[in-house]
Design a protein around this ligand. Sequence first.
Ligand SMILES: Nc1ncnc2c1ncn2[C@@H]1O[C@H](COP(=O)(O)OP(=O)(O)OP(=O)(O)O)[C@@H](O)[C@H]1O
Ligand SMILES: [Mg+2]
Length: 203
Amino acid sequence: MKNPFYYGGSVENEHFCNRVQEIKELKADISAGLNTLIYAPRRFGKTSFVLKTMRELKEQKVKYVFLDLMYLSTVDEFINSYFNALAKSLEDPTDKIVNFFKSVLKIRPNVNVTFDATGNPSFSLSLNHEDRINALEDVLNIPLAFAKQGQKIVIIFDEFQEIAHLNLEAKIRSVIQHHSNDVSYIFMGSKKKSTSRNVFRQE
Ligand SMILES: Nc1ncnc2c1ncn2[C@@H]1O[C@H](COP(=O)(O)OP(=O)(O)OP(=O)(O)O)[C@@H](O)[C@H]1O
Ligand SMILES: [Mg+2]
């Protein structure tokens, strides 16, 4: 008999079970424009649950941007990974995306587009020191610019605990508080792994 259980990354289709009530609640929060924090131990099904909800909402023309913050170690990496995730979620022709960004960014950076062997584009910004200070705020405000065009948009930050050391929380909070009702944010996270110092402590 084929093993009916999938174990690995996030699950979908026939491998995804239950979570009926949770999906209903998350959809209601999103349509009310609320921000949501999903905090649970590792392997509890956070990513699967949120992505399943988003796939269902896609039929209602809700666009979402999913950014996994695992392994991001600098603010520049955060800016560029987020910028890339935003660009890819647009699903428009590449030149249209680039022009849109140039029109909404107050800074005037070079928008770089590279293509992999299968033709998939990747987007990044060339930032000089002065730009870098303003680029974070500009990039954080991109979802609001989408939303103002009449597009319902949900931003998902997965593994949020992983960027605690970048001290971005206050900045993100101050920018996104002006996005309420237009953009919904979902922050997902788990407790950070024990460090070598407290690895023997009972949790
Ligand atoms: N709704 C579900 N139905 C069936 N299996 C599930 C479901 N949700 C999670 N699982 C099982 O748990 C595993 C982990 O799920 P998932 O990656 O979504 O959890 P997570 O909380 O995001 O984990 P991590 O903390 O590693 O990011 C899946 O590979 C699958 O085996
Ligand atoms: Mg996960």
